[in-house]
Ligand binder design. Structure first.
Ligand code: NAP
Length: 608
């Protein structure tokens, strides 16, 4: 029996807080965040290999282009498209993947989809005259669409796939970046664009003994269909006689549970923290939907979504889903007139409690076994972890072949025959790691995976060692002619719909390069004043919420239970997750002014 969280008189904050803290403490264990560093760990190098596209031998490339973009995912493709529109001819995308798509190239696990509405997530729908087939798109459709965008803007032929940048070095004399790759390429470029995204480094936990496991194993971002059979939308035909362990119940883990449950002889779902899983309500696109759309509809729909997420008054809720209901509601609890801070915080806590209670009731409704349902209930505040949305995950756990293994302290160890929890060994043929990525809180210079050497030999890693320093979160002094696509934790803003941020960043890069070209500028750098001023603005808008967040269940959003480690310099423009509309206005006003304020500009007659 669990303790009641509401008394007959109603909600009891003391009881709820105590329960949340007790659940947090079960998870705040030493070594919780230990990982195998997949960038360098040669014992696990096979986890990095591309199972989707064979590596084709080629000679090293040596040439000079106008732009190199690192990363062929949404951000890189949109940056490329925008630069094309600005008249740039030679663009080379460089990516470790065997093709376009970034996250959507790598993540082809069964059931992969995007839980942000497809009509706002897939970029350039109007330009490509495409309407996704479902309200929430499956990975294959997203990948095909991104490939279509890349084709439309001719970004594929010059791309270097299965290629990692090893070093990028600014050459003062020539006013060019020199890019060296792990395949011996030597490319110079005038403009260098980093578009590596936030989900490019797979995270593999360092569980003692994992190298002893004798079965098969892989990460969800490298799904091995050769082993499981089937495909992203097809049954996993080879698993009928296999026991499978799935580690992790975040957005990726829950999406691949239904197809795994349907196919495997036995499925063990190892859960450290239950996600809050809201209703999905996916459905085929209404044929009338496209007929009703007016030009400019996609930007308007993205803005409408973002407005609701930020608590702005909007006439309609066009997307009308769990993000605009639960996420927006808990993020923007209204402050009643005359409320003291204490009263306001209490009211926010109660709203949060109601939202989380609804999630806990949903578990009770959908999961038949009471003990299983109990461990699946999320006992923490809604914004402590990234919420999830799914309609088939919880029902799939009712299958007699599925066992949820509750392990709040993590997996004890992995033995030759399988994972061990509380001294019990689970014999399995295969372990699937749905353990995520080094995301928002991993600094850019680690995520890019190569040394970036700017003016005077200073590396980006050295410059940003104590936190980001930028103008607009997209340029940094000492790294001339370099753009960084905006991302969380990098002096820009956080958006639920990443595409909207990528569109803005891409438009900014294209328009800025266009203006630099019109002025005949060869080299730009950020002035010290402009960078200091932007960075100071970010620091000034930082709100230290660590006292509230320390009550959270540990997650990557709160540095695995250490929110005090948040560096104000890696914050956002505006309080908390940032003010999207203010950020966009700043960028648009700057572009409209057309005087490239805050940049130091050099025209070099000798530069060809
Ligand atoms: P994730 O959210 O980081 O989840 C990783 C899971 O692995 C968590 O359940 C985590 O437990 C568990 N885990 C990590 N280390 C463990 C250990 N040592 N022992 C046991 N369990 C361990 O990763 P993800 O699901 O791949 O999602 C990553 C991000 O990708 C998401 O935040 C989202 O932005 C994006 N994504 C989006 C969609 C979409 O539909 N839009 C779909 C998939 C992914 P804890 O919870 O206790 O940490």
């Amino acid at each position: 029996m669990t303790e009641p969280h509401s008394t007959a008189a109603g909600y009891n904050p003391q009881v709820v807080r105590a329960k949340y803290l007790a659940e947090r403490d079960k998870r705040l264990v030493p070594h919780r965040a230990d990982i195998r560093d997949l960038r360098t760990d040669e014992q696990f190098a096979r986890y990095r290999a591309d199972p989707f596209t064979p590596l084709i031998e080629r000679d090293p490339v040596a040439d000079a282009v106008e732009v190199v973009i690192v990363g062929g995912g949404i951000a890189g493709i949109l940056a490329g498209a925008s630069l094309r529109k600005a008249g740039v001819e030679r663009i080379r995308i460089i990516d470790q993947a065997g093709g376009i798509g970034g996250t959507w190239y790598w993540n082809r696990y069964p059931g992969v989809m995007c839980d942000v509405e497809s009509y706002i997530y897939l970029p350039m729908l109007e330009e490509l005259d495409f309407i996704p087939t479902n309200r929430y798109a499956y990975g294959e459709e997203i990948l095909h669409h991104l490939e279509a965008v890349a084709d439309r803007f001719d970004l594929v032929d010059d791309a270097l796939f299965h290629t990692g940048v090893a070093v990028a070095e600014w050459k003062e004399d020539s006013g060019r970046w020199r890019i060296g790759t792990d395949r011996g390429d030597e490319v110079t470029c005038r403009w260098y664009v980093l578009a590596v995204g936030i989900l490019n480094l797979m995270k593999l936990p360092a569980v003692p003994g994992m190298e002893d496991f004798a079965g098969h194993s892989f990460h969800t971002a490298r799904w091995d269909y050769g082993y499981t059979g089937g495909g992203p939308g097809e049954p996993l035909t080879n698993l009928a006689d296999k026991s499978v362990a799935l580690m992790g119940t975040g957005a990726s883990g829950i999406q691949c549970v239904p197809p795994l449950a349907a196919a495997a002889k036995e499925l063990f779902v190892f859960q450290r923290t239950p996600s809050a899983i809201g209703e999905r309500g996916n459905r085929a696109t209404d044929p009338d939907f496209a007929r009703r759309l007016e030009p400019g509809w996609q930007r308007a729909r993205m803005d409408n979504f973002q407005g609701i997420i930020m608590g702005r008054p909007e006439e309609n809720d066009l997307v009308d889903d769990g993000w605009t209901h639960d996420y927006a509601r808990t993020r923007n609890v209204p402050r009643g007139e005359g409320m003291t801070t204490e009263e306001y915080l209490r009211s926010a806590e109660e709203v949060d409690y109601q939202v989380m209670e609804a999630h806990r009731h949903r578990v009770e409704e959908l999961v038949a076994d009471l003990a299983t349902a109990e461990v699946l209930k999320p006992y923490y505040r809604y914004l402590c972890k990234r919420p999830c949305f799914h309609d088939e995950y919880l029902p799939a756990l009712n299958s007699p072949t599925v066992t949820v293994v509750d392990c709040p302290g993590g997996i004890e160890r992995i033995a030759e025959r399988g994972p061990v929890v509380d001294g019990h060994q689970y014999d399995v043929d295969c372990i699937v790691y749905a353990t995520g990525f080094e995301a928002e809180v991993t600094p850019l210079f680690r995520r890019v995976g190569h040394e970036i050497i700017g003016r005077g030999g200073v590396t980006l890693a050295a410059k940003w060692a104590d936190g980001a320093a930028s103008l607009f979160g997209m340029t940094s002094r000492g790294f001339p002619n370099m753009f960084v696509m905006p991302a969380p934790g990098q002096q820009a803003v956080v958006t639920v719909n990443y595409t909207q941020l990528a569109v803005l960043g891409a438009e900014f890069v294209g328009a800025t390069v266009g203006q630099l070209g019109q002025k005949g500028v060869d080299v730009f750098d950020v002035s010290a004043e402009a960078e200091d001023s932007w960075t100071q603005e970010i620091v000034d808008s930082f709100v230290d919420a660590s006292s509230i967040m320390s009550a959270c269940t540990p997650s990557r959003l709160n540095f695995e239970g250490h929110p005090e480690e948040m560096n104000p310099r890696n914050g956002n423009l505006g309080r908390g997750l940032g003010d999207w509309f203010a950020y966009r206005e700043r960028l648009e006003r700057w572009l409209e002014a057309g005087n490239l304020e805050g940049l130091e500009l050099e025209v070099r007659p000798s530069v060809p």
